[in-house]
Structure formats: C-alpha cells, structure tokens
Write a protein that binds this ligand. Structure first.
Ligand code: PLP
Length: 392
C-alpha cells in the first residue's frame, strides 16, 4: 500500500542532510559544550555555527538566538518571563482567540495563578486579526502583545508588521509565535519589528525536541530554566548539541530552498484543492480564500454530513495521514477553538480535515490521496444519519 503523509504542519521528517550533520555529535563530538578542553570546544563550535544558521534564516544577530527544548517552551517562557519582568508596570497581556495551546494555556495559567488579565482578540471569518482591534484593546496596564504569525489549523498569515507597529507606537513588547511560519515564509525580524519570536526545528525538517527564541537585544526577562550558565545564562541545562546542530542545518536548508519550497507547496496545495472541489460535493474551504494569504502548504476543508475523525481513520486505513480540525491534539472530540472562532457553521465543523503538503509530496501522492478521499467521503455519506442512503 502506498503511504501518503499529508500532515507536514504536525511535524516533518528530518532531512537526511540534517541527520548526517547530527550523528557525529552523538558519537565523536560528544563533549559537553561547557567544558574548556578540546572535545568541549568542538561541541561548542557546533552550537556557534547553528546559532548563526538560524539567525541568518530570520535576519537576526546570533546573540539574539537562545535555544530551548521546543516551540512550546519558547512560548511559555515569553509569557511568564515578561509577566514577571514587567509586573510593576502592568498585568495585562493581549493575544488572540486562535493561538496554539502553548500560548492559550499559558495565558490561562497566568490568569489563574498570577493575577494577570488577558484579552483574547476576536478574528474575522478568515482568521485575520485587525490592527484597529488590537489598538482598541491596549490599556495602560498592557505589557505584552502575543500574536501568532501563521495559524496552525487554517493557515492564516497575520499582518505581523502592522500589528507590531501598533505595539511599538504604544511602547509595548511584541511577541510572535512563528512555529508554523518558519521555513514557509520569508521572515526578517528587523523588518517586521518584533521583539520576541518562537521557533521549532521539527516543523522545518529538523529534529524533534529542539526550539529557539529570538529575543531582540535590549529585551530583558528572567530565565525560565534555572541552573548552569548555558545559553549566555538565559537557559540552563546541558545543550542538546546534536539537536541544535540539526536545527542549524535545517535552517540553512530552509533559507537556501525557501523559494522552491514555497513554489512546490503552493502548486501541490492548489492541485489538491482543485481535485477536491471537482470530485467532491458539499465542501467548504476554511481560512483565507486568497491563497497568497495563507501558509503555502495548508488546506483546511469541511465535508458536510460526516465526521472528520471518521475520515481520518478511513484515510489512515488507506495509508493516507491527515489531521482533523475538530479534535484537539489530545484526541478528544472537543470542537476546535480556531474553527469556532472563525464561525465555521456547527453543521460542518466536525467534518473538518487539515491537509498539509511538503517537500516529499508528489502529484502522484495527491492523486492517490484524492482517490482514497473520494471513496471515504462517499462511504461515510452513504451511512450518514444526516444524508441517509443516496440522500442528496
Ligand atoms: N505554536 C504553533 C503555532 C504550533 O503549530 C506548534 C506545534 O504544533 C507549537 C507552537 C508547539 O511547538 P513544539 O511542538 O515545538 O512544542
């Protein structure tokens, strides 16, 4: 059976070039980068190179890159760190209703245990945050604005430059969760005017368990993990040297191949959407209709009358991997906070599937996946209590 992976926003396979660079750091270059003798210094060189590679991908200075264990840690650190650092100035954070749980659940934690107040901005029906709404939500207690660059479910690319300009005008720090944007859009932190930006390696063909935070020079906050003096005293713990080196290589490949990657993703995403629209009735595209304003590989589609989880399971049986928009990552049947925020009608919200293509996806993969999807949707609609047999 053919296997077709269409869930590149969940994670990506590490590229062979990436793994090749990592292996020596497990076997030969295994020194502790904090050690002052040869093997330690060699390991440290790997970190220095990776920091430069990642900085080059986002137009930062390497000193502004701090490695973390994942994107989630970077998000948690920013919210908790700035809340602590600026607690004398205020206790109000602004974010949006469609953030990843790494942001939303940290905000809820800060509300519950640290007396923070959080405004969750509404978005429009395509998932866009308006700079005017942001400006209207600012109070004299606002200390941080955190708005994601690209939404992980519906692919909306937020107007970060405009939003960051609003923050700057009011002297408020601006953070963006760029986990889905990294390697999928050109990013220049200076041009965007952001102060803090979260990243993760496993979304850009790097290893899992390694992330990073861009922290603009001059932005201060306490460390999140306390202990040794690693990462310029900002993030304690012996570095995941191989992971960092892999992240660096993945960042370099992402920078060099960015245009081709975007063009390939867009072409296949369009091919997939054209076929779905042609071959399956009663479908609804969620997120921006203008494909230039969404993640290049993302397609989020609701299929009326049937359940996304059933589609996922039957597609899996045919070797095709996708994710649903309605269930959260825990596997429960909770309705997606993103889809409800953009007001996807209740009749179709549970029939939502997210497809994301990637560098290893081919047209033949899409043909195979669509053929399977057509059969799956037909089968499910035949037994659907809503449509009934041949119901429409
Ligand atoms: N933020 C967004 C937008 C994401 O999509 C994800 C992962 O899906 C994360 C944060 C968490 O990143 P990590 O898996 O590295 O913790």
């Amino acid at each position: 059976m053919r296997e077709v992976y269409l869930d590149y926003s969940a994670t990506t396979p590490a590229k062979e070039e990436v793994v090749r660079e990592m292996i020596p750091y497990y076997t030969k270059l295994y020194g502790n980068p904090s050690s002052l003798y040869g093997p330690g210094l060699e390991a440290k060189e790997g970190l220095t190179k990776a920091r430069q590679q990642l900085a080059d991908l986002i137009g930062a200075d390497p000193k502004e890159i701090i490695f973390t264990s994942c994107g989630t840690e970077a998000d948690n650190w920013v919210l908790e760190g700035i809340a602590d650092q600026l607690k004398k100035k205020g206790n109000h954070i602004i974010t949006t209703s469609i953030e990843h749980h790494a942001i939303l659940h940290t905000c809820m934690y800060l509300q519950k245990y640290h007396g923070m107040e959080v405004t969750y901005l509404d978005v429009d029906e395509e998932g866009f945050v308006s700079p005017e709404a942001l400006e209207a939500a600012i109070t004299d207690k606002t200390i941080l604005i955190s708005i994601m660059m690209v939404n992980n479910e519906i692919g909306t690319v937020e107007p970060i430059k405009e939003l960051a300009a609003v923050a700057k005008k009011h002297g408020i720090l601006f953070h963006t969760d760029a986990v889905q944007a990294l390697g999928n859009l050109p990013i220049d932190v200076k041009d965007l005017g952001v102060d803090l930006l979260s990243m993760s390696a496993h979304k850009i063909y790097g290893p899992k368990g390694i992330g990073a935070l861009y922290k603009r020079k001059g932005v201060n906050m306490p460390s999140f993990v306390h202990g040794g003096a690693q990462e310029n005293r900002k993030r304690a713990g012996t570095e995941n040297t191989a992971g960092i080196v892999g992240f660096g290589k993945a960042a370099e490949l992402a920078r060099v191949n960015l245009d081709d990657h975007i063009a390939h993703s867009r072409e296949l995403r369009q091919y997939l959407w054209d076929q779905i629209r042609d071959k399956i009735d009663h479908v609804r595209l969620n997120g921006p209709a203008d494909f230039d304003k969404r993640h290049p590989a993302n397609l989020n589609v609701s299929f009326s009358y049937i359940e996304g989880e059933s589609i996922l399971l039957l597609l899996d049986a045919a070797g095709v991997s996708v994710s649903t928009g309605s269930a959260c990552s825990s596997g429960s049947l909770d309705i997606s906070h993103v889809l409800s925020s953009i007001k996807v009608p209740m009749e179709v919200i549970n029939g939502t599937v997210r497809f994301t293509v990637g560098d290893f996806t081919s047209k033949e993969d899409i043909d195979y996946a669509v053929e399977a999807l057509v059969k799956v949707v037909d089968t499910l609609r035949r037994v659907s209590p809503v449509t009934g047999k041949e119901g429409w």
